[in-house]
Design a protein around this ligand. Sequence first.
Ligand SMILES: Nc1ncnc2c1ncn2[C@@H]1O[C@H](COP(=O)(O)OP(=O)(O)OP(=O)(O)O)[C@@H](O)[C@H]1O
Ligand SMILES: [Mg+2]
Length: 371
Amino acid sequence: MSVVLTKGYPHSVLDLISPGGAPAIEAADVVKSFGALTALTGVSLSVAPGTLAALLGPNGAGKTTLVRIIATLSRPDSGRVRVLGVDVLAQPARARGLIGLTGQYAGLDEGLTGRDNLVLIGRLAGLRRLAAVDRAAELGAAFGVAHALDRLVRTYSGGMRRRLDVAASLMTRPAVLVLDEPTTGLDPASRRQLWEVIAGLRADGTTMLLTTQYLHEADRFADIVHVLDHGRIIATGTVSELKSRVGRPVVEIRLQHPSAAPAAAAAVRGRLALPPADVRADPASGWLTVAAADDTGTLLAAAAALRADGIAVTGLALREPSLDEAFLALTDGRQGVGERPALAYEAPARGRARRLCRPLGARGGGDRVRP
Ligand SMILES: Nc1ncnc2c1ncn2[C@@H]1O[C@H](COP(=O)(O)OP(=O)(O)OP(=O)(O)O)[C@@H](O)[C@H]1O
Ligand SMILES: [Mg+2]
Protein backbone atom coordinates (compact mmCIF):
# COMPACT_ATOMS: atom_id res chain seq x y z
CA MET A 1 0.00 0.00 0.00
CA SER A 2 2.57 2.55 0.99
CA VAL A 3 4.67 1.73 -2.07
CA VAL A 4 1.68 2.26 -4.30
CA LEU A 5 0.84 5.58 -2.73
CA THR A 6 4.23 7.15 -2.81
CA LYS A 7 6.03 5.30 -5.58
CA GLY A 8 8.52 7.57 -7.20
CA TYR A 9 8.13 10.23 -4.60
CA PRO A 10 11.43 12.15 -4.37
CA HIS A 11 11.83 12.20 -0.62
CA SER A 12 15.40 13.41 -0.84
CA VAL A 13 13.85 16.61 -2.19
CA LEU A 14 12.47 17.22 1.29
CA ASP A 15 15.99 17.69 2.57
CA LEU A 16 16.67 20.24 -0.13
CA ILE A 17 13.46 22.17 0.38
CA SER A 18 13.47 21.99 4.15
CA PRO A 19 17.11 21.82 5.13
CA GLY A 20 18.38 21.18 8.61
CA GLY A 21 15.15 19.64 9.89
CA ALA A 22 13.17 22.92 9.65
CA PRO A 23 9.44 22.42 10.29
CA ALA A 24 7.44 21.10 7.35
CA ILE A 25 4.52 23.29 8.45
CA GLU A 26 5.07 26.41 10.47
CA ALA A 27 2.32 28.85 11.45
CA ALA A 28 3.23 31.93 13.45
CA ASP A 29 0.77 34.30 15.12
CA VAL A 30 -2.02 33.60 12.67
CA VAL A 31 -5.03 35.84 13.21
CA LYS A 32 -8.29 35.51 11.27
CA SER A 33 -11.61 37.23 11.84
CA PHE A 34 -14.96 36.88 10.15
CA GLY A 35 -16.62 40.23 10.79
CA ALA A 36 -16.86 40.67 14.55
CA LEU A 37 -15.91 37.05 15.20
CA THR A 38 -12.24 36.30 15.76
CA ALA A 39 -11.83 32.70 14.66
CA LEU A 40 -8.05 32.55 15.23
CA THR A 41 -6.48 34.81 17.82
CA GLY A 42 -2.77 34.35 17.11
CA VAL A 43 -2.13 30.68 16.47
CA SER A 44 1.41 29.34 16.27
CA LEU A 45 2.28 25.73 15.65
CA SER A 46 4.84 23.69 13.81
CA VAL A 47 4.87 20.18 12.40
CA ALA A 48 8.19 18.37 12.00
CA PRO A 49 8.93 16.73 8.63
CA GLY A 50 7.67 13.17 8.33
CA THR A 51 5.45 13.36 11.41
CA LEU A 52 1.71 13.26 11.91
CA ALA A 53 0.28 16.07 13.98
CA ALA A 54 -3.32 16.04 15.17
CA LEU A 55 -5.28 19.24 15.61
CA LEU A 56 -8.03 18.70 18.15
CA GLY A 57 -10.63 21.10 19.39
CA PRO A 58 -14.34 21.53 20.06
CA ASN A 59 -16.72 22.47 17.26
CA GLY A 60 -16.04 26.03 16.21
CA ALA A 61 -12.55 26.10 17.74
CA GLY A 62 -11.02 27.26 14.45
CA LYS A 63 -9.53 24.02 13.09
CA THR A 64 -10.92 24.28 9.57
CA THR A 65 -10.10 27.99 9.46
CA LEU A 66 -6.45 27.24 10.25
CA VAL A 67 -6.25 24.30 7.88
CA ARG A 68 -7.65 26.39 5.02
CA ILE A 69 -5.10 29.12 5.67
CA ILE A 70 -2.23 26.62 5.67
CA ALA A 71 -3.59 25.21 2.41
CA THR A 72 -3.73 28.70 0.80
CA LEU A 73 -7.52 28.58 0.46
CA SER A 74 -7.98 31.47 2.85
CA ARG A 75 -5.90 34.48 3.78
CA PRO A 76 -5.17 35.37 7.41
CA ASP A 77 -5.55 38.94 8.69
CA SER A 78 -2.01 38.72 9.99
CA GLY A 79 0.64 36.14 10.75
CA ARG A 80 2.90 33.94 8.71
CA VAL A 81 2.64 30.38 7.38
CA ARG A 82 5.44 28.42 5.78
CA VAL A 83 5.19 24.98 4.21
CA LEU A 84 8.56 23.32 3.64
CA GLY A 85 10.08 26.76 3.98
CA VAL A 86 7.79 28.30 1.34
CA ASP A 87 5.76 31.30 2.54
CA VAL A 88 2.21 30.38 1.55
CA LEU A 89 1.13 34.02 1.45
CA ALA A 90 4.03 35.26 -0.64
CA GLN A 91 4.24 32.20 -2.91
CA PRO A 92 0.86 30.45 -2.85
CA ALA A 93 1.26 28.77 -6.23
CA ARG A 94 4.57 27.23 -5.19
CA ALA A 95 3.12 26.20 -1.83
CA ARG A 96 0.17 24.53 -3.55
CA GLY A 97 2.56 22.26 -5.39
CA LEU A 98 3.74 20.92 -2.04
CA ILE A 99 0.41 20.50 -0.25
CA GLY A 100 -2.47 18.10 -0.65
CA LEU A 101 -5.71 18.86 1.16
CA THR A 102 -8.70 16.73 1.99
CA GLY A 103 -11.22 19.18 3.29
CA GLN A 104 -13.91 18.71 5.90
CA TYR A 105 -16.58 18.75 3.23
CA ALA A 106 -16.01 16.59 0.18
CA GLY A 107 -17.01 18.03 -3.14
CA LEU A 108 -16.46 15.51 -5.83
CA ASP A 109 -18.28 16.14 -9.06
CA GLU A 110 -21.37 13.97 -8.68
CA GLY A 111 -22.00 13.84 -12.40
CA LEU A 112 -18.60 12.38 -13.25
CA THR A 113 -17.25 8.90 -12.66
CA GLY A 114 -14.74 8.31 -9.90
CA ARG A 115 -12.02 7.87 -12.50
CA ASP A 116 -12.91 11.09 -14.32
CA ASN A 117 -12.88 12.98 -11.03
CA LEU A 118 -9.38 11.74 -10.24
CA VAL A 119 -8.06 12.36 -13.74
CA LEU A 120 -9.60 15.83 -13.86
CA ILE A 121 -8.03 16.76 -10.54
CA GLY A 122 -4.68 15.35 -11.64
CA ARG A 123 -4.84 17.29 -14.91
CA LEU A 124 -5.79 20.51 -13.12
CA ALA A 125 -2.78 19.97 -10.88
CA GLY A 126 -0.54 19.71 -13.91
CA LEU A 127 -0.21 15.97 -14.55
CA ARG A 128 -0.07 14.79 -18.14
CA ARG A 129 -3.11 12.79 -19.22
CA LEU A 130 -1.45 9.38 -19.23
CA ALA A 131 0.21 9.99 -15.88
CA ALA A 132 -3.14 11.09 -14.43
CA VAL A 133 -4.90 7.99 -15.80
CA ASP A 134 -2.21 5.71 -14.35
CA ARG A 135 -2.26 7.44 -11.00
CA ALA A 136 -6.07 7.31 -10.84
CA ALA A 137 -6.00 3.54 -11.36
CA GLU A 138 -3.23 3.13 -8.81
CA LEU A 139 -5.07 5.14 -6.15
CA GLY A 140 -8.41 3.54 -6.96
CA ALA A 141 -6.87 0.16 -6.17
CA ALA A 142 -5.08 1.43 -3.06
CA PHE A 143 -8.32 2.89 -1.68
CA GLY A 144 -10.52 -0.08 -2.49
CA VAL A 145 -12.69 1.70 -5.06
CA ALA A 146 -11.14 0.20 -8.21
CA HIS A 147 -14.34 -1.70 -8.94
CA ALA A 148 -16.39 1.50 -8.86
CA LEU A 149 -14.09 3.86 -10.74
CA ASP A 150 -16.30 3.84 -13.82
CA ARG A 151 -19.50 4.55 -11.93
CA LEU A 152 -20.88 8.03 -11.42
CA VAL A 153 -19.91 9.41 -8.03
CA ARG A 154 -23.58 10.10 -7.29
CA THR A 155 -24.01 6.33 -6.95
CA TYR A 156 -21.21 6.04 -4.35
CA SER A 157 -21.84 5.48 -0.65
CA GLY A 158 -20.59 8.12 1.79
CA GLY A 159 -17.56 6.04 2.71
CA MET A 160 -16.62 5.48 -0.94
CA ARG A 161 -16.85 9.21 -1.62
CA ARG A 162 -14.66 9.96 1.34
CA ARG A 163 -12.03 7.48 0.18
CA LEU A 164 -12.13 8.87 -3.35
CA ASP A 165 -11.81 12.34 -1.86
CA VAL A 166 -8.62 11.41 0.02
CA ALA A 167 -7.33 9.60 -3.08
CA ALA A 168 -7.85 12.82 -5.05
CA SER A 169 -5.65 14.74 -2.61
CA LEU A 170 -2.86 12.26 -3.36
CA MET A 171 -2.95 12.52 -7.14
CA THR A 172 0.22 14.60 -7.16
CA ARG A 173 2.06 12.83 -4.30
CA PRO A 174 2.16 15.86 -2.04
CA ALA A 175 5.01 16.17 0.45
CA VAL A 176 2.62 17.65 3.00
CA LEU A 177 -0.91 16.41 3.43
CA VAL A 178 -3.58 18.30 5.34
CA LEU A 179 -6.66 16.29 6.28
CA ASP A 180 -9.70 17.94 7.84
CA GLU A 181 -11.72 15.26 9.63
CA PRO A 182 -10.86 12.59 7.07
CA THR A 183 -12.67 9.81 8.90
CA THR A 184 -15.83 11.58 10.02
CA GLY A 185 -18.88 9.77 8.71
CA LEU A 186 -17.04 6.59 7.80
CA ASP A 187 -18.11 3.22 9.14
CA PRO A 188 -15.56 1.45 11.37
CA ALA A 189 -14.23 -0.74 8.54
CA SER A 190 -13.76 2.21 6.16
CA ARG A 191 -12.18 4.22 8.94
CA ARG A 192 -9.71 1.45 9.62
CA GLN A 193 -8.94 1.19 5.91
CA LEU A 194 -8.30 4.91 5.68
CA TRP A 195 -6.06 4.76 8.71
CA GLU A 196 -4.03 2.04 7.02
CA VAL A 197 -3.53 4.42 4.12
CA ILE A 198 -2.55 7.23 6.46
CA ALA A 199 -0.15 4.95 8.34
CA GLY A 200 1.40 3.94 5.01
CA LEU A 201 1.88 7.57 4.04
CA ARG A 202 3.48 8.32 7.36
CA ALA A 203 5.79 5.34 7.02
CA ASP A 204 6.89 6.78 3.69
CA GLY A 205 7.71 10.12 5.25
CA THR A 206 4.73 12.26 4.23
CA THR A 207 4.13 15.05 6.74
CA MET A 208 0.52 15.21 7.86
CA LEU A 209 -1.64 17.59 9.82
CA LEU A 210 -5.08 16.27 10.53
CA THR A 211 -8.08 17.30 12.49
CA THR A 212 -10.27 14.63 13.95
CA GLN A 213 -13.20 14.31 16.27
CA TYR A 214 -12.16 10.79 17.18
CA LEU A 215 -9.73 11.27 19.99
CA HIS A 216 -8.70 7.65 20.05
CA GLU A 217 -7.37 8.13 16.51
CA ALA A 218 -5.07 10.89 17.71
CA ASP A 219 -4.25 8.72 20.69
CA ARG A 220 -3.16 5.92 18.42
CA PHE A 221 -1.57 7.63 15.46
CA ALA A 222 -0.44 11.17 16.22
CA ASP A 223 3.18 11.96 16.99
CA ILE A 224 2.06 15.22 18.50
CA VAL A 225 -1.27 16.80 19.38
CA HIS A 226 -2.19 20.49 19.26
CA VAL A 227 -5.36 21.41 21.11
CA LEU A 228 -7.16 24.44 19.71
CA ASP A 229 -9.88 26.16 21.70
CA HIS A 230 -11.54 29.53 21.08
CA GLY A 231 -9.09 30.21 18.27
CA ARG A 232 -5.91 29.66 20.25
CA ILE A 233 -3.63 26.74 20.97
CA ILE A 234 -4.17 25.79 24.60
CA ALA A 235 -1.93 22.73 24.71
CA THR A 236 0.70 20.99 22.63
CA GLY A 237 2.40 17.73 23.38
CA THR A 238 2.57 14.04 22.81
CA VAL A 239 -0.52 12.12 23.77
CA SER A 240 1.17 10.86 26.93
CA GLU A 241 2.26 14.38 27.87
CA LEU A 242 -1.30 15.64 27.52
CA LYS A 243 -2.63 12.74 29.54
CA SER A 244 -0.11 13.36 32.27
CA ARG A 245 -1.33 16.95 32.49
CA VAL A 246 -4.63 15.59 33.71
CA GLY A 247 -2.59 13.85 36.34
CA ARG A 248 -4.91 11.65 38.24
CA PRO A 249 -5.81 8.12 37.30
CA VAL A 250 -9.43 7.10 37.18
CA VAL A 251 -11.46 4.47 38.99
CA GLU A 252 -14.01 2.85 36.68
CA ILE A 253 -16.90 0.96 38.17
CA ARG A 254 -19.48 -1.01 36.27
CA LEU A 255 -22.78 -1.25 38.10
CA GLN A 256 -24.94 -4.32 37.92
CA HIS A 257 -28.02 -2.19 37.51
CA PRO A 258 -27.43 0.93 35.37
CA SER A 259 -30.45 2.63 36.93
CA ALA A 260 -28.54 2.69 40.24
CA ALA A 261 -26.02 5.13 38.75
CA PRO A 262 -27.37 8.32 40.42
CA ALA A 263 -27.56 6.61 43.83
CA ALA A 264 -24.08 5.16 43.35
CA ALA A 265 -22.64 8.57 42.46
CA ALA A 266 -24.27 10.11 45.52
CA ALA A 267 -22.92 7.34 47.77
CA VAL A 268 -19.36 7.72 46.50
CA ARG A 269 -19.44 11.51 46.62
CA GLY A 270 -20.80 11.41 50.17
CA ARG A 271 -18.45 8.77 51.55
CA LEU A 272 -15.31 10.15 49.89
CA ALA A 273 -16.27 13.82 50.31
CA LEU A 274 -15.59 14.46 46.62
CA PRO A 275 -16.75 17.45 44.56
CA PRO A 276 -19.50 16.56 42.05
CA ALA A 277 -17.18 16.89 39.03
CA ASP A 278 -14.91 14.13 40.38
CA VAL A 279 -17.67 11.51 40.18
CA ARG A 280 -19.45 10.89 36.90
CA ALA A 281 -22.33 8.49 36.45
CA ASP A 282 -23.98 7.27 33.28
CA PRO A 283 -27.39 5.69 33.91
CA ALA A 284 -27.56 4.55 30.29
CA SER A 285 -24.47 2.36 30.43
CA GLY A 286 -24.19 1.82 34.17
CA TRP A 287 -20.64 3.16 34.36
CA LEU A 288 -19.37 5.22 37.24
CA THR A 289 -16.01 6.99 37.05
CA VAL A 290 -14.20 8.54 39.96
CA ALA A 291 -11.10 10.77 39.84
CA ALA A 292 -8.60 8.74 41.84
CA ALA A 293 -6.74 11.26 43.98
CA ASP A 294 -5.53 8.41 46.18
CA ASP A 295 -5.07 5.65 43.56
CA THR A 296 -6.05 2.30 45.08
CA GLY A 297 -7.21 4.10 48.24
CA THR A 298 -9.94 5.77 46.17
CA LEU A 299 -10.81 2.47 44.52
CA LEU A 300 -11.19 0.67 47.87
CA ALA A 301 -13.13 3.53 49.46
CA ALA A 302 -15.51 3.75 46.49
CA ALA A 303 -16.10 0.00 46.62
CA ALA A 304 -16.78 0.19 50.35
CA ALA A 305 -19.23 3.07 49.87
CA LEU A 306 -21.23 1.11 47.28
CA ARG A 307 -21.20 -2.01 49.38
CA ALA A 308 -22.44 -0.11 52.44
CA ASP A 309 -25.39 1.13 50.38
CA GLY A 310 -26.11 -2.29 48.90
CA ILE A 311 -25.26 -1.25 45.31
CA ALA A 312 -23.99 -4.22 43.30
CA VAL A 313 -20.99 -3.85 40.97
CA THR A 314 -19.78 -6.19 38.22
CA GLY A 315 -16.42 -4.56 37.50
CA LEU A 316 -13.91 -2.31 39.20
CA ALA A 317 -10.64 -0.97 37.78
CA LEU A 318 -8.00 1.70 38.17
CA ARG A 319 -6.66 3.08 34.89
CA GLU A 320 -4.66 5.94 33.39
CA PRO A 321 -6.65 8.96 32.18
CA SER A 322 -7.72 8.79 28.53
CA LEU A 323 -7.06 11.46 25.93
CA ASP A 324 -10.77 12.28 26.13
CA GLU A 325 -10.35 13.17 29.77
CA ALA A 326 -7.25 15.21 29.04
CA PHE A 327 -9.21 17.02 26.33
CA LEU A 328 -12.16 17.62 28.64
CA ALA A 329 -9.90 18.94 31.34
CA LEU A 330 -8.06 21.23 28.92
CA THR A 331 -11.24 22.64 27.38
CA ASP A 332 -13.10 22.98 30.68
CA GLY A 333 -15.32 20.02 29.88
CA ARG A 334 -17.32 21.74 27.17
CA GLN A 335 -16.96 18.85 24.76
CA GLY A 336 -19.87 16.45 24.93
CA VAL A 337 -18.15 13.14 25.42
CA GLY A 338 -20.82 11.74 27.63
CA GLU A 339 -20.23 10.55 31.12
CA ARG A 340 -18.13 7.52 30.52
CA PRO A 341 -14.63 8.75 29.79
CA ALA A 342 -13.29 5.48 28.43
CA LEU A 343 -15.54 5.97 25.41
CA ALA A 344 -14.04 7.71 22.45
CA TYR A 345 -15.74 10.95 21.57
CA GLU A 346 -18.05 10.54 18.63
CA ALA A 347 -18.84 13.63 16.64
CA PRO A 348 -22.49 14.60 16.70
CA ALA A 349 -24.20 13.51 13.51
CA ARG A 350 -24.34 16.65 11.50
CA GLY A 351 -25.64 15.13 8.30
CA ARG A 352 -23.73 17.72 6.44
CA ALA A 353 -23.02 17.82 2.78
CA ARG A 354 -19.40 17.70 1.88
CA ARG A 355 -17.51 19.98 -0.46
CA LEU A 356 -14.32 19.43 -2.29
CA CYS A 357 -11.15 21.08 -1.54
CA ARG A 358 -8.19 19.78 -3.38
CA PRO A 359 -5.84 19.54 -5.00
CA LEU A 360 -4.76 23.03 -4.26
CA GLY A 361 -4.72 25.06 -7.33
CA ALA A 362 -7.64 23.10 -8.73
CA ARG A 363 -10.38 24.79 -6.74
CA GLY A 364 -10.66 27.17 -3.87
CA GLY A 365 -12.75 29.17 -1.52
CA GLY A 366 -13.92 32.74 -1.26
CA ASP A 367 -10.91 34.63 0.01
CA ARG A 368 -8.37 32.28 -1.42
CA VAL A 369 -4.82 33.52 -1.78
CA ARG A 370 -4.09 34.59 -5.33
CA PRO A 371 -0.99 33.18 -6.95
N1 LIG B 1 -16.64 31.85 6.20
C1 LIG B 1 -17.00 32.12 7.46
N2 LIG B 1 -17.77 33.18 7.75
C2 LIG B 1 -18.11 33.48 9.01
N3 LIG B 1 -17.74 32.77 10.09
C3 LIG B 1 -16.97 31.70 9.88
C4 LIG B 1 -16.56 31.30 8.55
N4 LIG B 1 -15.80 30.20 8.64
C5 LIG B 1 -15.75 29.90 9.96
N5 LIG B 1 -16.44 30.78 10.70
C6 LIG B 1 -16.57 30.80 12.16
O1 LIG B 1 -15.27 30.68 12.71
C7 LIG B 1 -15.29 29.83 13.83
C8 LIG B 1 -14.33 28.69 13.61
O2 LIG B 1 -14.87 27.86 12.61
P1 LIG B 1 -14.14 26.56 12.08
O3 LIG B 1 -14.93 26.03 10.94
O4 LIG B 1 -12.71 26.89 11.83
O5 LIG B 1 -14.24 25.60 13.35
P2 LIG B 1 -13.84 24.07 13.49
O6 LIG B 1 -12.91 23.99 14.66
O7 LIG B 1 -13.36 23.54 12.19
O8 LIG B 1 -15.23 23.42 13.91
P3 LIG B 1 -15.86 21.97 13.54
O9 LIG B 1 -15.31 21.01 14.55
O10 LIG B 1 -17.33 22.18 13.73
O11 LIG B 1 -15.51 21.63 12.13
C9 LIG B 1 -16.73 29.40 14.03
O12 LIG B 1 -17.32 30.24 14.98
C10 LIG B 1 -17.34 29.61 12.67
O13 LIG B 1 -18.72 29.89 12.76
MG1 LIG C 1 -14.01 22.09 10.95
